[in-house]
Design a protein around this ligand. Sequence first.
Ligand SMILES: [Zn+2]
Ligand SMILES: [Zn+2]
Length: 269
Amino acid sequence: MKYKQNLHTHSIYCDGKNAPEETVKRALELGFNSIGFSGHSPTSYSDAYHFDKTEEYKKEIYRLKEKYRGIIDVYCGLEFDMYSGVDTTGYEYLIGAMHYLKLGEDYVGFDRSAEVVKKVIDERFGGDGLKFAKEYYAQLSNLSEYGKFDIVGHFDLITKNIEKANLFDVNSKEYKKYAIDALNVLAEKFDVFEVNTGAIARGYRTTPYPAPFILKEMKSLGSKLIITSDCHDKNYLDCQFKETEQYVKSYGFNEIYYFDNGQFKPCKI
Ligand SMILES: [Zn+2]
Ligand SMILES: [Zn+2]
């Protein structure tokens, strides 16, 4: 990659392992031109991502931006959970993502282990995994109502555990239709989608999000892609970036995008 970057980076200000500066240093070692931090938005319904120090987080990222000016571009972003409703002022870009389903009065987390998701499917969807998938994509389709996001994060996050647990049939016509319908709605509102290797780094999956049939649809819809590692540990900051370039190339993408001071620009791969 000529322009090396990761825009989806967590730190000790949420559920990541490293202080932001440690990760900036790692980015420099890897020859990155820039790095964007994307702390999880705090939510009133869960503290699973441990992000409650937003002001300290912003202050630290902007301190690093100044300190490393001319050496590496540091951006202050946010991974906005769709229902979190937080103030987004002061961030340079926003990743829109969904980690909770709203079921009645409850917000139900599914970015969890296979056991937890199985329990959600059993208790909330009568054991029918496809109903869970249908609900996820139906709710995700509404993303644009919750904010102006620059990037749609891990579009098919519900397939996190699918290699290890048969929670629903990702090859079924029904599943594919739910995903494609949601993508068609989102692609009208959002230009940039991420290809996310985070579940590989953490041992859940061997391939990035999204699945091939979704990538193909993204290609036909003219979506723009960025490659991210959803980094929670600096040692995996560029996890499978080279392989992922080849992966998206095999589905017809000849360029990936990168963020440059408020704009997404293409880079040939
Ligand atoms: Zn996420
Ligand atoms: Zn993330």
